[in-house]
Design a protein around this ligand. Structure first.
Ligand code: ADP
Ligand code: ADP
Ligand code: MG
Length: 662
């Protein structure tokens, strides 16, 4: 077995791999970029080596720097995790050349499977069914268009080098084909440096079902059952489970055998995943989509139902050990779900968030596992993938596993950074999800019906009480600026805001703690149980929950939703007068790519002012008022969420008579 293993990755997966290395008594080496100097994986590992500055190309994707770190730290093997260098055939070769074991398959297997076109041909030769389509490399737009009729509509355009759901386009009719091909080619070139495209029939009511395989270096191949990953948004997985509620025993056996055949087609070694698409309309027919030649994000659900540690298996195979079991020894037990916690805001179009995690609360309980990169006092940068953690549940049956995950997500709090936890919880409660009637369009279909938690009167009252108690405890009642004393009938007023909701809350008065909104007063009490747990009594109704106190703000956890309520020092004059906001605020952390106007320009309502980009997603910020613009940022500048980008001074005569620009 290896003595020292370097993990060429970051985030939750680096932490996850370190856990198994520790259990096996293997020394772990973390690598990090400047953005990650204080990250969890860095201090979990036995040693850590700096790779370079924040951009992935200069750190986690810099193969030479990673190999140098391996030399420096005496690592005899490299675990690539997923993403980054995990499916880079050149890197696998370079490892072998440097005398370091690459924990994964051969570079030939990576090459064949890394190109979806060659992968399809390889598995077809073994009798594995693939999605009907036209897949030849080097086809021009005209050639693809000429063969589109043969594929039929709707069809899917896919980049051959694709990954992460990027660059795929569903086309419903001939007229939309050429523009979609143009866009797909551009995106594929930008994301993968390869603009090869191919066409597949778009499977109706698609369900994504994938099979985990494990192969040793001596020719043994087994499968560890399937995972269903049909809950997707823009072709990216959100919630996964094992086993699939769709498959019957016979189909399960057939799809497992097809996955093993796929692995054999490239002499596979290690852990891999064979992805299939199944139409909900024909559940016993499956088609190969691609093989991921690495550990998958959602591998924990397979670990939960098989009792195997896949990272341990990867290490053993890479060290040359034969598999310690046969297909018949693989027994699936119970059911498991995984929910991916992303730094994104579902309430505003899933824009990426990020920022400073002041405090994090992970759920605990029977059958709950959390794979996470999060900890208190951590900066979440937008340089990398927005996935922060995974909450995983196991239950004796599907419903128990689902309920456990719902409960666990309700207790998950990431204070300081907006996440999708509330969305995940609501998703798991949808009737179709409860019934196991899944398909990859479900989220898009149901999204409109989602209503995210908003701050209510009771939340504002609780926030005011918590802030007031903190102020009173910190300074003592006699030292207060407003001269509050026992018996003083004058209450303290808090002007509070949560998003676009605002309330004024009064606290105190007449020597008894009372809280009032809109002159409706009730007796109140607040007890701090520990740093984050608090119990609040208002008029005899008690709620106990997690909360985080800041200097001027409080974050309350409500069933997986974190509600941030802050003191408003000066409510905008415009807001008080019921007018539109003259300030243009960045909706996400990112980089200013372009300013559409010059400082001092006259602008109209709805004019594009600034474009902010993060995670390859552009967001246009428009003026809500007419007037003269004053830019506060310049192209290339990094901005935080909520930062003022520009201010528009309304024309004195009012928006209706504002002069037209130019
Ligand atoms: P999974 O099924 O494991 O989620 P994905 O294809 O979605 O597989 O990718 C896994 C991880 O790797 C994600 O974090 C994704 O962003 C990243 N990833 C996948 N392909 C690429 C790529 N070509 N370049 C960079 N990152 C990628
Ligand atoms: P990636 O490498 O980006 O993961 P995949 O080929 O695995 O690309 O496809 C990503 C997702 O797109 C799948 O999980 C599935 O939801 C959807 N998809 C792919 N091929 C088809 C198809 N032919 N019909 C319908 N949906 C598809
Ligand atoms: Mg895929």
């Amino acid at each position: 077995m290896f003595h020292t293993v370097l993990i060429a990755n970051r985030g939750e997966i680096a932490c996850r791999i370190i856990r198994t290395l520790r259990e096996l008594g293997i020394r772990s080496v973390a690598v990090y970029s400047d953005a990650d100097a204080g990250a969890r994986h860095v201090h979990l590992a036995d040693t850590a080596v700096r790779l370079g500055p924040a951009p992935a190309a200069q750190s986690y994707l810099d193969a030479e720097a990673v190999l140098e770190a391996a030399r420096q730290s005496g690592a005899d093997a490299i675990h690539p995790g997923y993403g980054f260098l995990a499916e880079n055939a050149g890197f696998a070769l370079a490892c072998e050349a440097a005398g370091v074991s690459f924990i994964g398959p051969t570079s030939e297997a990576i090459s064949v499977m890394g190109d979806k076109i060659t992968a399809k041909h390889a598995v077809e030769a073994r009798g594995v069914p693939t999605v009907p389509g036209v897949a030849r490399s080097g086809m021009s737009d005209a050639e693809l268009a000429a063969s589109a009729d043969e594929v039929g509509y709707p069809l899917l355009i896919k980049p051959s080098a694709g990954g992460g759901g990027k660059g795929m386009h569903v086309v419903d009719s001939e007229s939309a084909l050429i523009p979609a091909l143009t866009a797909a080619r551009r995106e594929a070139a930008a994301s993968f440096g390869d603009d090869t495209l191919f066409l597949e029939r778009y499977i109706s009511h698609p369900r994504h079902i994938e099979v985990q395989v494990l192969a040793d270096a001596h020719g043994a191949v087994v499968h560890l059952g399937e995972r269903e990953c049909s809950l997707q948004r823009r072709h990216q997985k959100v919630i996964e489970e094992a086993p699939s509620p769709l498959l019957d025993e016979r189909t399960r056996e057939r799809i497992g055998a097809a996955a093993c055949e796929t692995a054999r087609s490239v002499g596979y070694r290690g852990a891999g995943t064979v992805e299939f698409i199944v139409s909900a309309d024909a559940p016993d027919e499956f088609f190969f989509m691609e093989m991921n030649t690495r550990l998958q994000v959602e591998h924990p659900v397979t670990e939960e139902v098989t009792g195997l540690d896949l990272v341990e298996q990867q290490l053993r195979v890479a060290a040359g050990e034969p598999l310690g079991f046969a297909q018949a020894d693989v027994v699936l037990r119970g059911h498991s779900f995984e929910a991916r916690v992303y730094a994104e805001d579902p309430a505003s179009g899933f824009l990426p968030t990020g920022g400073h995690v002041a405090s994090v609360q992970h759920p605990r309980g029977d059958g709950i596992r959390v794979d996470t990169a999060l900890e208190d006092d951590l900066d979440v940068s937008t340089d990398y993938d927005p996935m922060l953690a995974k909450v995983i549940s196991w239950g004796a049956d599907r419903e128990q596993a689902r309920r456990r995950l719902v409960a666990a997500l309700g207790e998950t709090a990431v204070f300081g950074v907006v996440t999708n936890v509330e969305f995940l919880r609501m998703l798991l409660e949808l009737p179709d999800v409860v019934a196991g009637r899944l398909d990859t369009d479900l989220i898009a279909r149901e999204l409109e019906g989602f209503s995210f938690a908003r701050a209510e009167d009771r939340d504002f009252a609780e926030a005011a009480l918590i802030l007031d108690a903190a102020a009173t405890r910190d300074t003592g009642p006699w030292a207060r600026r407003d001269g509050w004393r026992l018996g003083d009938p004058v209450p303290r007023r808090y002007a509070l805001r949560a998003g676009d909701e605002a309330r004024t809350v009064s606290v105190g008065g007449a020597g008894v703690l009372t809280v009032g909104i809109d002159a409706h007063e009730q007796s109140a009490g607040v007890v701090f149980l520990d740093d984050t747990r608090v119990s609040v009594d208002i008029g005899g109704s008690v709620r106990t929950f997690s909360a985080l106190r800041g200097e001027e703000s409080v974050s309350l956890l409500r069933d997986g939703a974190v509600i941030d309520i802050g003191i408003e020092r000066a409510r905008h004059a415009a807001d008080a007068a019921g007018q539109a906001d003259p300030q243009l605020i960045s909706p996400m952390p990112g980089t200013v790519v372009v300013a559409r106007v010059a400082d001092g320009d006259t602008v109209q309502v709805g004019d594009e002012i600034v474009v902010v980009e993060a995670m390859k997603m552009e967001h246009v910020v428009r003026s809500a008022v007419a007037g003269t613009v004053s830019l506060r940022v310049a192209p290339g500048e990094t901005v935080s969420r909520g930062q003022t980008l520009a201010v528009v001074t309304p024309a004195a005569s009012g928006p209706d008579t504002a002069p037209g620009a130019g």
